[in-house]
Ligand binder design. Structure first.
Ligand code: OAD
Length: 245
């Protein structure tokens, strides 16, 4: 059977399907990925911008970069692949979206159970009192300060060398281990512990469907390889399932 139709059949018959995804799903919404030719890490050094040391050294520089990313994210719209995952949740097929992305596009597309492993660039948290706030426009005075206590705000994301939120991580691994199907979309799988989730799912017996125009960490491990862009996948899968995206 053609691989997209086979994926539709597997999903329709699943008991607990989850999605695990990365920056590739938002590429077609105009948000750059991290790796590859046009990726952020080919233009910027993560050690200067995405570590606690970089922030302590030069919070303004780090904020300039995040402010630019916040602007991109606010201007972006969810695409058909984000909408597909929301529709699949509405119809009871998909139980959760586990994302490494920090752009919040899943919630904007209508997904309800979204596990943001790496935080969200549209949120900031105070380095002094811990209170959080959400940006509706990009921050102006950099580095921005906390409206409550005047402390320095930082982006509410996970930087290199920082641990992930334990409760979100435990929930994600619990779902991965209990799932019978995992759709992996638009991730290289290069960063652990997030990158280990599909391997944990596979070990517990889940069927892995890997959607990516390029080979990634899961090629060779996945049961179904779909070498295509996220939006093409969404268009073809939604046709096969008879849903609108
Ligand atoms: P990467 O940039 O590492 O990988 C993006 C993946 O998306 C690649 O495998 C591409 O082939 C694929 N891709 C590109 N365009 C696509 C499209 N239109 N449709 C589907 N796939 C496409 O991004 P992530 O895997 O998300 O960490 O990176 C993982 C983590 O590394 C990120 O969460 C971030 C980064 O450093 C933190 O911020 C902690």
């Amino acid at each position: 059977m053609e691989a997209v139709w086979e994926s539709a059949r597997i999903l329709a018959n699943s008991r607990l399907a989850v999605a695990f995804k990365g920056a590739g799903i938002s590429a077609e919404s105009g948000i750059p990925t991290f790796r590859g030719k046009d990726g952020l890490w080919s233009r910027f050094d993560p050690r200067d911008l995405a570590t606690p040391e970089a922030f302590n050294r030069d919070p303004r520089l780090v904020w300039e970069w995040y402010s630019w990313r916040i602007e991109r994210v606010l201007a972006a719209k969810p695409n058909k692949a984000h909408r597909l995952l929301a529709r699949l949740e509405d119809s009871g097929v998909l139980k959760a979206v586990i994302t490494q992305n920090v752009d919040g596009l899943h919630r904007r597309a209508g997904s309800r159970r979204v596990l943001e492993l790496h935080g969200n660039v549209l949120r900031a948290r105070c380095t002094r009192c811990g209170s959080k706030l959400e940006w509706r426009e990009k921050p102006s005075n950099l580095p921005p300060s906390c409206p409550r206590c005047g402390g320095v705000l930082r982006p509410d994301v996970v930087w290199f060398g920082e641990p992930l939120d334990t409760s979100i991580l435990e929930e994600a691994f619990g779902l991965a281990r209990r799932s019978d199907v995992m759709i992996i979309i638009g991730t290289s799988g290069a960063v652990d512990p997030a990158g280990l989730l599909p391997l944990a799912a596979k070990e517990s017996g889940a069927t892995l469907i890997n959607v990516n125009p390029e080979p990634n960490r899961y090629s060779g491990v996945a049961d179904i390889e779909l070498r295509m862009r996220a939006v093409e996948f969404a268009e073809r899968l939604s046709r096969a399932l008879g849903i609108d995206v």
